[in-house]
Design a protein around this ligand. Structure first.
Ligand SMILES: Cc1ncc(COP(=O)(O)O)c(C=O)c1O
Length: 428
């Protein structure tokens, strides 16, 4: 038989993409291990039945006769608008919870934020000169897709609380000098995955000014913004955006549940193309019509009826989740303080952050963390963590650090897992 070596996109073998497979495989090989590896939300807060019954209530209400209710259900079976059917509800939600004013026509519903990322990348990148800027480390979902699609990516250093703006400025100048076009910056300002950082207000403002100065777009991905534990809410980049530089990506995976697979892009940009003014969202729509045609009408209707019931705000329904997540974070930090705190022999050698929100905590270790360490930690201590280098384009950027997700385990399990992880750290 002839060798079929031409069938696969070679970029899939990029070592960056292989790392996540490795983590998944470890989780599958050791199902009994306590996993701080993945930032899944806690299933105890999913309330799937509640959403379904809210949907049925909505279908039967609104003064509909029995016949009209039946027609309402039937209408959900058909293909539907590519941009979505609950755009009005999303616009109200963004206005109420984020103070983002956006025309419903500038919103496009997607199959999770992940599809939004693919739509944005496919729509905006064509030339080899167009460069995607990302802070290093960054969320692997966006960077991974860009890699598969072959987008040139430039990693920018991170400071403790966000992207290093000076390095960003210098990198853009350097790229332009080399004939490149730094076109889009991807950032998670609210409780960044993987570092947990909350970008300060003045740096948000400075970033938007930089985008205006250097003529690039910012993709603001915000799945964790609701989950604030002990700090004041900071406006999103989109809420601060005076220049229409920010494309906003939303997700219901953490506020409702992930299987609803609903996200959205809010993009009010008008761009010039061959002398014509066009709406960016209409180009996203074109791309989406050739990928998923439209986002499930049924799932949109479910989310829409839930939003209707909650008066188009998710602040209140997230309160219980926030309290539980805060407790989980504090449990994790409690064990770390106990094992590696100020007065003990490890003081100053092992340090960690106290994320003000989100799902992730980062530990700085006095040794380089490799895949081999992860394997040994699972085999000998039954605990899974995520080496920070897995999220880094420049692997050295995260070589002494690990990311722990505290979202999906009970406080008891977190305590048990952290005791074991502490023993692993001490042994190394
Ligand atoms: C930063 C970030 N963006 C997006 C997503 C995925 O969102 P969705 O489930 O809506 O595709 C995640 C999920 O972990 C994430 O951490």
């Amino acid at each position: 038989m002839k060798e079929k070596n031409y069938l696969i996109n070679n970029r899939l073998f990029d070592s960056y993409l292989e790392r996540m497979n490795f983590l998944n495989e470890v989780s599958i090989d050791y199902p009994g291990a306590i996993s701080f590896g993945s930032g899944r939300p806690d299933k105890h807060f999913f309330n799937v039945q509640g959403i379904i019954s809210c949907f049925h209530d909505f279908a039967a209400s609104e003064g509909r006769s029995e016949q009209e209710t039946a027609e309402f259900y039937d209408s959900l079976g058909q293909y539907n608008k590519t941009k979505g059917i609950i755009n009005d509800s999303i616009a109200k939600l963004l206005q109420n919870d984020e103070n983002i004013k956006i025309d419903p026509e500038d919103i496009i519903l997607t199959d999770g934020a992940q599809e939004g990322m693919a739509v944005i990348i496919n729509t905006l990148f064509e030339n080899r000169e167009d460069v995607l800027l990302v802070s290093d480390p960054s969320y692997i979902g966006f960077v991974g897709y860009a890699k598969i699609y072959g987008v040139p990516i430039f990693p920018v250093k991170r400071e403790k609380d966000c992207i290093d703006l000076e390095h960003l400025d210098a990198s853009i100048r350097q790229l332009k000098k080399a004939g490149k076009n730094p076109k889009v910056l991807y950032e998670v300002g609210d409780f960044h995955n993987p570092t947990g950082a909350y970008m300060p207000l003045e740096k948000r403002e400075a970033l938007i000014e930089l985008a205006e100065k250097h003529n690039f777009l910012i993709v603001e991905d915000n799945p964790y913004g609701y989950f604030i534990y002990d700090t004041q809410k900071i406006p999103t980049l989109k809420a601060l955006d005076r220049y229409q530089r920010v494309i906003y990506l939303g997700s219901f995976s953490k506020t409702i549940f992930p299987s609803i697979r609903l996200g959205y892009i809010a993009a009010d940009q008008e761009i010039k193309h061959r002398g014509r003014k066009i709406k960016l969202v209409e180009e996203f729509k074109k791309t989406k019509s050739f990928t998923t045609v439209n986002t499930s009408t049924l799932l949109q209707a479910m989310a829409g009826s839930y939003l209707h019931k909650q008066d188009y705000s998710l602040v209140k329904p997230c309160e219980k989740k926030i309290a539980a997540l805060r407790q989980k974070r504090d449990t994790m930090i409690g064990v770390l303080a106990d094992r590696f705190g100020d007065t003990g022999p490890y003081a100053g050698k092992v340090s960690w952050n106290k994320p003000a929100g989100g799902f992730f905590l980062v530990i700085d270790l006095p040794f380089k963390v490799t895949e081999d360490h992860l394997r040994r930690c699972v085999e000998d201590y039954s605990v899974i963590f995520c080496p920070m280098s897995f999220f880094c384009l420049n692997e050295e950027a995260g070589i002494n650090r690990i990311r722990l997700a505290f979202s999906n385990l009970s406080p008891d399990k977190i305590e048990q897992g952290m005791e074991k992880l502490s023993a692993f750290i001490k042994a190394h």
